[in-house]
Structure formats: structure tokens, C-alpha cells
Design a protein around this ligand. Structure first.
Ligand code: GRF
Length: 211
């Protein structure tokens, strides 16, 4: 394997980690996961990483420790893997400008990628699928975006939408959403990681245009 080195940050279940790992294994994504890092000791994603033969590290935040200090310990823990990108997959902490600065490209954008469970800019924050369901939205979706200093508002890379008119619960929306995420994230990473895109300014916002 000779792909672009990445580190995955995840807090929980790890289904997106699995989808990314699967895409790498089947040749759909030229990347190499150096490590999976979690901020939770018991995150199922760590077991999944270990089972896949990937270094699984937990870097736990200390009580009342500044977020940037916790991130510095993460940077220390992953230094040996020299990741070009950080891939967030259900990482439940807000990242600071310092971490973003450590992954800022020469072209100015951040090399930290995230997947969010809504069609941003609709429904930022927690439980995007639940929000869509409770608002009676007719379409839901997921968004892959570069991470910038404001939460859930970095430049949008890719989105996948799906109808939810026939969904009877937030859980049903989430089930559809995860299926969409597992297709979208590896597909988007296949052009994001080799940086086959331009970032352009549209009024005050940054947009990612693949080429
Ligand atoms: C996904 O819905 C993702 O969009 C959000 O957190 C969830 C993570 O799921 N950021 P998993 O841990 O990858 O299964």
C-alpha cells in the first residue's frame, strides 16, 4: 500500500472508519491509515481499528484541560505517522484553530476533513438526521467538508441527498444517512486527499471545486 498517509479521529461507533478502510482495501481509495485516534477509551472504533491491524490510540482529554493542549498530545501521538490529512469520522469534539493551523496547506485551506449528517448549511450541530426528521424536511443528506475555525461551516466538498418523506422516525433517517455517508466519504476522499480541487471565494465564503 502506498497511499496518502492519513490519521482518522473518531469518538464512537466507527462505521465511517470501516467504510474508508474497506475502500482502501478494495483499491477504491489510495490512502493509508496510520492510526485511529479516539478521545474516548471505550470507543468501539478502537476495537474495529485493532481488528483491521491499524494502530488504535486513545488520547483522553484531562478534566479542565484546554482543548488545544489535548490536541497537542494528539499531534504528539501521531507525529510518527506523518499524516498529510486528518480525517474526522464521528469525532465529537470541536477542533481549535491551532490544530487546523497544524494542517493548513500552502494554498491556505485546512487538510482536516469531516463528514456531517446534514445538507449543510442546514442543520449544523448535533443530530443532523434527527433535526431533519423533526423539521419535517422532505430531503436529508450528508456533507463532506474541510474543517475550518467555525463549527460545521468549512468549505463544502461533496454532498449526497436522499428523500425522507416516507421515514417514520429519526432512526430511519439515520439508517439511510449512514448508507449515504459510507458511499460519499470514500468517494470524496479519493479526490480530496490528492488535492484535485480548487478553493474559490464566492462573496465571503470559500467553495471547493473539484477538477
Ligand atoms: C456520522 O453520522 C457522522 O456524520 C457524524 O457522526 C456519525 C459517526 O458515525 N459526524 P460512525 O462513528 O462513523 O459510525
Amino acid at each position: 500500500m502506498n497511499g496518502i498517509p492519513i490519521v482518522v479521529l473518531a469518538s464512537g461507533r466507527g462505521s465511517n472508519f470501516e467504510a474508508i478502510h474497506r475502500a482502501i482495501q478494495t483499491g477504491g481509495l489510495a490512502a493509508e491509515i496510520g492510526a485511529v485516534v479516539s478521545d474516548r477509551r471505550d470507543a468501539p472504533v478502537l476495537q474495529k481499528a485493532k481488528a483491521a491491524g491499524i494502530s488504535a490510540l486513545s488520547v483522553l482529554p484531562k478534566p479542565s484541560e484546554a482543548r488545544a493542549l489535548h490536541e497537542r498530545r494528539i499531534l504528539e501521538a501521531i507525529r510518527a505517522f506523518s499524516p498529510r490529512f486528518l480525517v474526522l469520522a464521528g469525532y465529537m469534539r470541536i477542533v481549535t484553530p491551532e490544530l487546523i493551523g497544524a494542517f493548513r496547506s500552502e494554498r491556505g485551506y485546512s487538510r482536516i476533513v469531516n463528514i456531517h449528517p446534514s445538507l449543510l448549511p442546514a442543520f449544523p450541530g448535533l443530530d443532523g438526521y434527527g433535526q431533519a426528521f423533526r423539521h419535517g424536511a422532505k430531503i436529508a443528506g450528508c456533507t463532506v467538508h474541510l474543517v475550518d475555525t467555525e463549527v460545521d461551516s468549512g468549505p463544502i466538498c461533496a454532498q449526497q441527498a436522499f428523500p425522507i418523506v416516507d421515514c417514520a422516525s429519526a432512526e430511519e433517517v439515520e439508517k439511510r444517512g449512514l448508507k449515504a455517508e459510507h458511499e460519499l466519504y470514500p468517494a470524496a476522499l479519493s479526490w480530496i486527499l490528492p488535492e484535485k480541487f480548487e478553493v474559490e471565494k464566492r462573496e465571503e465564503r470559500l467553495c471547493v471545486r473539484p477538477h
